[in-house]
Ligand binder design. Structure first.
Ligand SMILES: [Zn+2]
Length: 323
C-alpha cells in the first residue's frame, strides 16, 4: 500500500479533512460547518477530532501518512495564515507545527486557490500541461498560477491574486481596499450584485429577470438566475454576461502576455455558470493577447469541484516537503 497525504481544506464556512492517495483518490472526507459564533480555536479542535476519527477508521492508511497539506482560505506566508478574513484567530495558530507535534507528520500550508490550482493541474483540467492559470469565482475571486509545473510564489509568497488586477481604474471598491479590481466585478458575489443593480436601473416591473431576482431569499446570490436567463436569451442578462466576459478577458490576458500561459481554468459557482460562454471568453482573451501567444489558447472549466483543493495537497506536499 502506498503512503497517503493528510489533506485539510479550511474555508470560511466549512472545513474538510480527508486522506488523499498519490494517484488522486480522496478517501473518507470528513466535513464540518462552522457555527457563526465560533473562532479559529474551535475549528482547530474540530479538525483534530476529525483527524482522530480518520485514524480510527483507516488505521492502516493513517500509519502510512508521510505528510499533511493544508489549503487555507486567505493569504498564507511561510506555512501560516497572515490574514484571517472570515474567522478570527487564525493568525495566532501555528497549525502546521501543532499537527507535527500531535501526529508526528510534517505539514505545509498554502492559500486555498493556489492549492486548488495545483490539484486541477495534477489531476483535473490542467493534467498534462506544464503551465496553467486558475481562477475561482466564488465569494471572492481567488487565483493560482502554475508555471513550468510549479506554483508561482513570488517575493512574498502571495503570487496568483488575479482577482486584484485592476479592470476599471477608480471603479468599485474591492474588499482588498483598492478600487476597480476584477474581484469587485467578477466574483460570484459581485456578478450577483451587478445583476441586482442592473435590474433596479432597468426599472421595468414586468421584466422577468427583475421578477426572478426579486423572489430570491436574503442569502441567495443572483448569479445563477442571471446565467439561466442569459442561456434562454434574455437581453439584459446577456448584456451582463458580455460585460463580465470583457472584464475577465482584460484581466486574464495578463498571464498570457506576461508568462505565455495558454491554459486558463475557471472554477467556483460563477466560473461553472459562465462556462457556456467560454468560447467567447477565449476569443476575447486572444484579442487582448500578443499574437505570438495566441496559438493553443484555451479556457476550460475546473473538473474536480471541492476535490481540487484536497488533491492539490498531493503536489503541494511533494513540492514543499518532498513527500
Ligand atoms: Zn482588490
Amino acid at each position: 500500500m502506498s503512503n497517503s497525504i493528510l489533506s485539510i481544506d479550511i474555508g470560511g464556512t466549512k472545513t474538510i479533512v480527508a486522506l488523499c492517495s498519490r494517484d488522486g483518490q480522496v478517501i473518507d472526507p470528513q466535513r464540518a460547518g462552522r457555527p457563526a459564533d465560533k473562532d479559529a480555536f474551535w475549528i482547530r479542535e474540530s479538525l483534530f477530532e476529525r483527524i482522530d476519527r480518520l485514524r480510527e477508521i483507516q488505521p492502516e492508511k493513517f500509519s502510512l501518512i508521510k505528510s499533511c497539506g493544508i489549503g487555507f482560505g486567505g493569504p498564507v506566508q511561510n506555512n501560516r495564515p497572515v490574514l484571517s478574513m472570515h474567522v478570527p484567530g487564525w493568525e495566532e495558530i501555528d497549525l502546521c507545527r501543532e499537527i507535527t507535534d500531535r501526529y508526528g507528520i510534517p505539514a505545509c500550508m498554502e492559500n486555498d486557490c493556489v492549492t486548488q490550482a495545483l490539484g486541477e493541474h495534477a489531476f483535473g483540467a490542467g493534467k498534462g500541461r506544464a503551465s496553467m492559470t486558475f481562477g475561482n469565482l466564488g465569494t471572492g475571486f481567488g487565483g493560482g498560477v502554475i508555471l513550468d509545473n510549479r506554483a508561482v510564489a513570488g517575493d512574498g509568497g502571495f503570487a496568483g491574486h488575479l482577482g486584484h488586477i485592476c479592470v476599471v481604474p477608480g471603479g468599485r471598491l474591492c474588499p482588498c481596499g483598492n478600487y476597480g479590481c476584477l474581484e469587485a466585478y467578477c466574483s460570484g458575489t459581485s456578478i450577483g450584485k451587478r445583476a441586482c443593480e442592473a435590474v433596479e436601473i432597468h426599472g421595468e416591473i414586468a421584466d422577468p429577470l427583475a421578477d426572478a431576482i426579486s423572489k430570491l431569499g436574503p442569502d441567495e446570490g443572483a448569479g445563477p438566475v442571471l446565467f439561466d436567463f442569459a442561456k434562454k436569451g434574455d437581453p439584459l442578462a446577456l448584456e451582463l454576461v458580455e460585460e463580465t466576459l470583457d472584464y475577465l478577458a482584460q484581466a486574464l490576458s495578463a498571464t498570457v502576455n506576461i508568462l505565455d500561459i495558454r491554459l486558463i481554468v475557471l472554477g467556483g459557482g460563477a466560473g461553472i455558470g459562465l462556462s457556456p460562454w467560454f468560447d467567447q471568453l477565449q476569443k476575447r482573451i486572444a484579442g487582448h493577447s500578443m499574437p505570438l501567444c495566441r496559438e493553443g489558447l484555451e479556457v476550460k472549466v475546473a473538473e474536480l469541484g471541492e476535490h481540487s483543493l484536497l488533491l492539490g495537497t498531493v503536489p503541494l506536499c511533494q513540492e514543499r516537503l518532498g513527500s
